[in-house]
Ligand binder design. Sequence first.
Ligand code: ATP
Ligand code: MG
Length: 330
Amino acid sequence: MKRILTGLKPTGDLTLGNYIGAIRQMVKMQDEYDSFLFVADLHALTIPQDVKELNARIRKFIAMYIACGIDPNKNTIYIQSENEFIPAMSYLLECTTYYGEASRMIQFKEKSKQNANFSIGLLTYPVLMAADILYCDCDYVPVGIDQKQHVELARNIAERFNNRYGEIFKLPEPLLSQTGTKIYDLKNPTKKMSKSEENPVGVISLFDDLDNIRNKIMKATTDSLNKVHFDFENQPGISNLLNIASELTGKTIETIEEQFKDKGYGEFKKYVADVTIEHISKIQKRYEEIINSKELDSILNTGIERSRKLAQEKYELMKEKMGVTRKILN
Ligand code: ATP
Ligand code: MG
């Protein structure tokens, strides 16, 4: 069975973008793959966090994964920071990564511009992500398009390590959703919807109350062309809403365009709000059942045990290949 892995960082409440771009992809694939899904809490530390909020989100993420349809019997679910071998591996990988390639990462460039006092962690975060991916020899990493470059970096680092020290890493491949859909901010539809966005008016959180979701969608930025048509260049707002509706209903963009051929934006937005609310309300109901259940801890214990065992093996092997071991190598 091929292996897949994805992690999401608890920098804010999970969004509709995270659901469509990442979690739902994992749900779709869980029957066919050996699936690893984690909360990337160490990654959240690259930018300042409120300690209590971050802490609460870790558990909320796990419950939300399950509420979104992740089956704990088919997935290895764990909290990244409970596996100490991953940051240890990351350091060894940092020594096989060039400063130039790390500083060329788009996310680093963007986020380092936002705050002049950015941490070194922001620069090395993709290397930690490489460790997340490489320790378990996964075949595919389902990600949204915004993360493709980081998976490619992981692949380059793995290849370099293999060439320099001996073949120990499988080269992972990014797996984009079939539509490759990236969900944009509703108010600012040329910017990705992000959970760490400070202004929530354009971001749909999976925790938003249902009236709020309707409001946000009804107030989404559109254009003056008055045509429900997919044209990202000229109609980014409408195109984004079409993407959301298509992803949530399984209908093609063309079918939905046809459905609203002679109708106004108000009616179209109401439809998008209805399908979104229908989806999210089911998720929220399941979430309420799970968040306080004892089951969460046993799921996490099982997950971390498997994850640690694999990471420890890989870490020991890396050290040996690099010569940093008490053993005398021959
Ligand atoms: P942050 O703002 O902290 O970077 P984020 O919302 O971008 O948060 P990440 O934890 O960086 O979320 O990414 C988790 C997963 O969700 C990744 O696979 C990423 O590609 C996917 N993802 C994030 N935002 C979107 C989006 N707007 N559309 C589709 N997929 C997304
Ligand atoms: Mg992100």
